[in-house]
Design a binder for this molecule. Structure first.
Ligand SMILES: [Zn+2]
Ligand SMILES: [Zn+2]
Length: 582
């Protein structure tokens, strides 16, 4: 607003130009535009967008469901979605993962009996010579190969005159009373071998296929291993009775009452930890106990007992909607304990006590760890037959000493467990024993997980087929095999097992088994030598010194060493923080 006395800003400034400043964007002569010569292109981000229809398995890799579970995203490392245009996936043909494909090609390695092979060669040439029209020397090729477990039947023909030989079995059989073809010795031996080692049927198949041998089908392997397992349990029962006779004889010679023994008992579970975050109740679902006599220095295992919650036939039937309970709910039940019932060391002790009481044995002192009431179980079982008898419990000093570690290492054996004189041997046996049940349960489940893409429904559908032989039933067989091996030397044990199963071992195999026994005996003797023990002690001391000095020298970077949970926040601090805030 104009006020009186104000002078306008342009007063006395005549001659100011009326023209506006020239526009900056105006064209000046000689100017080259910035984009001269450049080619016009679209935004690169947009050109990358392709409309691709992927296969469904590739689509599953690229696209992730969003948190709300309805929409889909294609996140980068930060979790941001880029503007991608993805079409719905193509349908892939469903692949049948269940049935094993029949393979009848003629190449690869095969396991054949040497004698039978030479018989086949002679017979084929002979038959060709007398039966066909004059043909000269035969030119044989494979006509048919039939698989029989790991063994094979062969049929060859002459390429020139088309003469076909009969089918030759290239394996030895075990004569049996049962209807159907006699079992092949090698198949039974293979099943025995699997139960003696820490691998299962699936890994054994892998082992064979790595050698380019065609592995037997799973179903036939399982049938055989069921039979072998039963026989092994029988054999071990007889063998443990024999060992008790040895103990009795020792007692007689000492002038002691022959049927009184001292026993050490320990229980092993199918899981390392007794509680689990994922499963209600106990984590382990199988347990086995071994009773070891301490009368003789040999420390024979004279009784075994096992508890098993698992019955896959039962689980399968329940899944199909039948209301049955295990045990005693159906035929061929493998469980001897309800699946929700806790594994009880008292029950295991009772089983061991019963076994011994039936054979007229009385347990004077039972040494156990402080975990369970095994000794009470043995006591109650024996008192049922001999009401005046009392079993005393001794605490195992090794277990007491290990009290600190017991929570985590519950499944550990005490030193006297397997009665092996050398540490090496004990290590091997203990390792095998512990790996057996544990390894196979996780192994089979993880394999099933792979095959079925973590679809629990499908897994449970297939469980009876896959598990029956390898887990539940064979648990007893495996326990028996291991106990038998530790009661006898490894080579002798194998011979006895083969003998019981009707497998005839060749002279060379027998010689090998003898040599393993000799090696075993030599190791025992060697480890007992005074100079060896002295050397081992001094090595131990040296190790301690080296370890200590190294630790002191490297105090600075101690945090580089593995330490469980060292980066996790400490729980106690958190608790006190919460308290303060409250
Ligand atoms: Zn011919
Ligand atoms: Zn059952």
């Amino acid at each position: 607003m104009f006020k009186n006395g104000d002078s306008p800003w342009n007063k006395n400034k005549s001659g100011l130009s009326n023209r506006k400043q020239p526009k900056k964007s105006a064209f000046t002569k000689g100017y080259t535009p910035w984009n001269k010569g450049t080619e016009v292109s679209w935004n690169t981000a947009k050109t990358n967008t392709t409309y691709e229809r992927m296969e469904s398995n590739e689509y599953d890799l690229v696209v992730k469901p969003r948190m709300d579970g309805i929409l889909l995203t294609t996140p980068d490392c930060e979790g941001n979605s880029r503007p991608m245009c993805i079409l719905r996936p193509k349908k892939t043909p469903t692949v049948d993962l269940k049935t094993e494909i029949k393979n009848n090609s003629f190449d690869g390695m095969s396991i054949v009996d040497n004698e039978k092979l030479i018989t086949m060669m002679n017979s084929a040439v002979h038959l060709h010579a007398i039966k066909s029209e004059p043909c000269g020397p035969p030119s044989f090729a494979y006509y048919n190969i039939q698989k029989w477990g790991v063994c094979l039947k062969f049929q060859v023909y002459c390429e020139r005159c088309q003469f076909i030989t009969p089918m030759y079995k290239l394996y030895k059989t075990i004569p049996s009373e049962k209807p159907g073809p006699d079992p092949a010795a090698a198949n039974v031996g293979f099943a025995l071998g699997i139960q003696e080692t820490a691998i299962g049927n699936t890994r054994a198949q892998q082992l064979l296929s790595n050698m380019n041998c065609q592995p037997p089908s799973r179903s036939s392997m399982q049938r055989t291993s069921n039979k072998v397992s039963d026989k092994l349990v029988e054999l071990n029962q007889d063998d443990m009775a024999d060992k008790l006779e040895i103990v009795k004889a020792v007692n007689r010679k000492r002038g002691a009452p022959e049927n009184e023994i001292n026993l050490t008992v320990d229980v092993r579970y199918s899981s390392n930890t007794i509680t689990s975050k994922k499963k209600p109740g106990q984590n382990a679902n199988q347990a086995c106990a071994v009773g070891i006599e301490t009368v003789t220095d040999r420390k024979y295992i004279v009784a075994t007992a096992s508890l098993n919650q698992m019955c896959w036939t039962g689980a399968w039937l329940r899944g199909k909607g039948f209301t049955i309970e295990c045990p005693n709910g159906h035929e061929e039940c493998t469980a001897d304990l309800h699946r929700a019932a806790p594994l009880s060391e008292y029950e295991l002790g009772k089983k061991i006590g019963n076994q011994l009481a039936v054979q007229g044995i009385l347990v004077k002192y039972a040494t156990t760890d402080g975990d369970g009431r095994t000794a009470n179980g043995i006591n109650d079982a024996i008192q049922a037959l001999h009401p005046m008898w009392k079993v005393e419990r001794l605490a195992d000093p090794i277990h007491l000493g290990n009290g600190q570690f017991r929570a985590a290492m519950r499944a550990n054996f005490s030193d006297s467990m397997f009665g092996c004189r050398t540490k090496e041997q004990k290590k091997i046996i203990q390792k095998l024993f512990s790996q057996d049940i544990k390894a196979r349960s996780s192994l089979i489940t993880s394999h099933l997980m792979e095959v079925y893409g973590r679809d629990i429904q499908k897994i449970s559908e297939d469980l009876p087929k896959a598990f029956e032989a390898t887990m539940s039933r064979n648990m007893k067989g495996r326990l028996a095999a291991t106990v038998h091996r530790s009661n006898n030397s490894p080579g002798k044990s194998t011979k006895m097992k083969c003998d019981r199963l009707g497998i005839e071992l060749s002279g060379r195999t027998n010689a090998f088994l003898d040599s393993t026994d000799r090696e075993c005996a030599y190791q025992k003797e060697y480890q007992k030598r005074e100079e060896v023990q002295h050397r081992k002690l001094s090595q131990k001391a040296e190790n301690l010194v080296v370890h200590k000095t190294f630790k002191e020298l490297n105090k600075a970077n101690i945090c580089d060493v593995y330490k469980k949970g060292q980066l996790d926040p400490v729980l106690d601090d958190h608790a006190s923080c919460v308290k303060k805030r409250l």
